[in-house]
Design a protein around this ligand. Structure first.
Ligand SMILES: NC(=O)c1ccc[n+]([C@@H]2O[C@H](COP(=O)([O-])OP(=O)(O)OC[C@H]3O[C@@H](n4cnc5c(N)ncnc54)[C@H](OP(=O)(O)O)[C@@H]3O)[C@@H](O)[C@H]2O)c1
Length: 327
């Protein structure tokens, strides 16, 4: 089968380590299911692996791709819950299992014609979602869902700032928070993406770092160094920053005086539980929300897709379609 495999890592030229080549179809094993992948989508996580961040070189080569939707062996339409973990080891929460692994960290990922995952990770795909839409949800959308509803516990009327609104997680956060009745503010470096954020339901969108019309209750952070100071300054006393990523850098000044004097809360967030994925699907069915797809590319053009992501040229998710298997 055709697969996009990480074979080496480079901080400066990450795509040099990504090769499209034939790989063996995964073999069946007890408790695991084989999924024929119809759609996957890009995440920054794949680029971190190619840059050598958070992925030891001993785990190469590995097929990349954290998101998948397709058919199980019985022909059922499924979405793949992407965290391979023992919920009991995380006291009921898969994301707190110290040995959890996102798809493509320890097991081959979804940029391929077939994928092998624990059968428990299969979630029925609702008929009202296309495969391309379904493939946007498992990582970016569920991360945004957990940040907003589990970590920050937003309710209607809350003021929520989403940093870097064009990103996969951030665009999901704008839509989910707006659908929940929050007053959403967004930032983006791009005027076109700011206009998009308003079209998705944000009350206003301002250039990155610009002062907001009012202080907010919650900030959704995935940008990191480039926006951290603005996040803390935008928060009301007692407000909460939820952080799930740091695309622009991991180590901004901590500004500890502001944090303790204004009693700000900083909450880290990673992934989601299987139950949160199911709960988000229920919310999407109830509200009619659908993911924002920038474009869809065949697996053969995956390098072009990653280059667009590196260039910051995407608004929402980029979907990847592997070739249909030969009969
Ligand atoms: N913890 C988790 O479970 C989890 C899950 C998913 C993602 N993440 C992390 O979250 C981050 C975002 O992931 P993603 O897949 O959403 O990536 P993405 O689609 O590439 O989005 C990144 C966004 O960050 C903004 N940005 C990047 N560099 C910036 C800079 N120098 N200044 C200002 N804004 C900048 C951009 O916003 P504008 O172009 O609109 O300005 C861009 O849209 C990544 O670091 C990823 O690893 C973590």
């Amino acid at each position: 089968m055709l697969a996009a495999t990480a074979v080496s890592q480079s901080a400066t030229d990450p795509l040099s380590g990504l090769v499209l080549r034939e790989a063996p179809k995964p073999a069946p094993k007890p408790g695991w299911s084989i999924v024929r992948v119809v759609a996957s989508s890009l995440n920054m996580h794949d680029l971190w692996t190619l840059r050598g961040v958070g992925h030891p070189p001993e785990r190469l080569p590995i097929i990349l791709g954290c998101d998948a939707a397709g058919y199980d062996e019985d022909g059922n339409e499924v979405i793949v819950y992407p965290v391979i973990a023992n919920a009991d080891a995380g006291m009921g929460d898969e994301t707190l299992d110290p040995n959890r692994a996102l798809l493509s960290e320890q097991h081959d990922g979804a940029f391929a014609e077939y994928l092998s995952v624990p059968t428990r990770n299969l979630v029925p795909k609702p008929a009202w979602l296309s495969f391309d839409e379904a493939a946007c949800l498992p990582v970016a959308w569920t991360t945004a869902y957990r940040m907003l509803f589990t970590q920050a516990r937003i309710t209607a009327g809350d003021r929520v700032l989403v940093q870097g609104a064009g990103g996969g997680v951030a665009s999901a956060a704008v839509r989910l928070a707006s659908a929940a009745g929050a007053v959403v503010y967004a930032t983006s470096r791009s005027e076109a993406k700011r206009a998009q954020a308003v079209a998705w339901g944000a009350r206003a969108a301002v250039p990155t770092g610009e002062r907001l019309p009012e202080k907010v209750d919650v900030v959704i952070e995935t940008v990191g160094e480039a926006t951290w100071s603005h996040s803390l300054k935008s928060l009301r006393p007692g407000g909460t920053v939820v952080i799930a990523g740091a695309t622009s850098g991991m180590n901004p000044p901590a500004d500890l005086g502001r944090v303790f004097y204004l009693q700000q809360r900083i909450i880290g967030s990673t992934g989601c539980t299987r139950s949160e994925l199911v709960a988000m699907l229920r919310m999407m069915e109830a509200t009619g929300l659908r993911p924002v797809i920038d474009r869809t590319l065949p697996l053969e053009e995956i390098h072009k897709g990653f280059q667009l992501m590196i260039d910051g040229a995407l608004t929402g998710k980029l979907v990847i379609n592997p070739p249909a298997p030969k009969q």
